[in-house]
Design a protein around this ligand. Structure first.
Ligand code: FES
Length: 281
């Protein structure tokens, strides 16, 4: 063990003993930082935990996820789209409704595997929850809560490498939710128009597209492993399009997370009759 200042031979309160080259982690001297470095991990834990608790409840509750013809609306919650089972009380928003008649519990439990898998393996969210939940490390210049580090080379974290495949599934869901947003312009018994619910579904689909297009796997898909962009002009254009989005991936990750929960809450309130979906025109 080496110290910057050997306090045994010289007492100098202007120097703080620092362990150099020690093992990662250790409870005795976790950090020299005096700022509120713990604030970001605490906020992250609070928000992600709240989302997981709400999404779990919403997935199991299995009702009030669709405002249909009796309300002159065609609004479906993103948690329950596409309609897969007889549990979906939907008409126009169905992308293959009633195909899984054997599935008797909430269809959201089938659907949410893909968007949740996409977010769980997201490179940005990994940084967020490795820091906040696992403290590995909780912040820059703060010790790990663990004494060893194997990266993502072993089970279970090696599973994070499936992210690019969840990205492909995420694109399919974006198409489905875009379809739902278009269908939401239909007001059964009234005609084509726009309600607050229509706007909510359109904004939700837009934010999810921005989140997907700013994904690191998407940027790699567009411009990765290209030696010369001059020889691949289309990929160069795609890469130039997604690169500025990629720089804002963290913001898109949070905003789209909030909004997808808000969209479910809004549809739920309308479908349960708690609020009316205001018609703009
Ligand atoms: S890196 Fe975040 S969604 Fe792909």
């Amino acid at each position: 063990m080496t110290t910057v200042e050997n306090s045994a031979t010289r007492v100098d309160n202007s120097h703080t003993p620092v362990v150099l080259g020690g093992t990662r982690g250790g409870p005795d001297q976790p950090t020299l930082r005096t700022d509120r470095w713990w604030l970001a991990p605490v906020i992250t834990v609070a928000i992600l935990s709240s989302f997981v608790i709400y999404a779990t409840w919403a997935a199991f509750v299995n009702k009030d996820y669709y405002a249909g013809a009796t309300m002159h609306r065609d609004l479906i919650s993103p948690f329950y789209s596409p309609c897969l089972t007889q549990g979906c009380l939907t008409t126009g928003a169905s992308m293959g409704g009633h195909v899984l008649n054997w599935w008797t519990i909430s269809p959201a439990l089938l659907i949410l595997i893909f968007p949740l898998g996409f977010r769980m393996t997201c490179y940005y969210y990994r940084r967020a929850y490795y820091r906040s939940f696992w403290w590995a490390p909780p912040s820059c210049s703060v010790s790990d809560a663990h004494k060893s580090y194997s990266g993502e080379s072993k089970f279970p974290l090696i599973m994070q490498n499936v992210h690019r495949y969840f990205f492909y599934f995420g694109l399919i869901f974006n198409v489905l939710l875009t379809y739902d947003a278009i269908v939401a312009f239909n007001q059964p018994g009234i005609g084509i128009g726009v309600t607050v619910g229509t706007l909510v579904l359109v904004i939700n689909a837009t934010l999810l597209w921005l989140y997907s297009l700013s994904c690191h796997a998407c940027r790699h898909l567009c411009g990765g492993q290209v030696r010369s962009f001059a020889a691949h002009p289309i990929r160069a254009k795609l890469w130039k399009f997604v690169t500025p989005l990629n720089a804002k991936h963290m913001q898109f990750a949070w905003v789209s997370l909030f909004f997808v929960a808000f969209t479910d809450i809004y549809v739920r309130l309308v479908a349960s009759g708690t609020i009316s979906d205001f018609r703009l025109f």
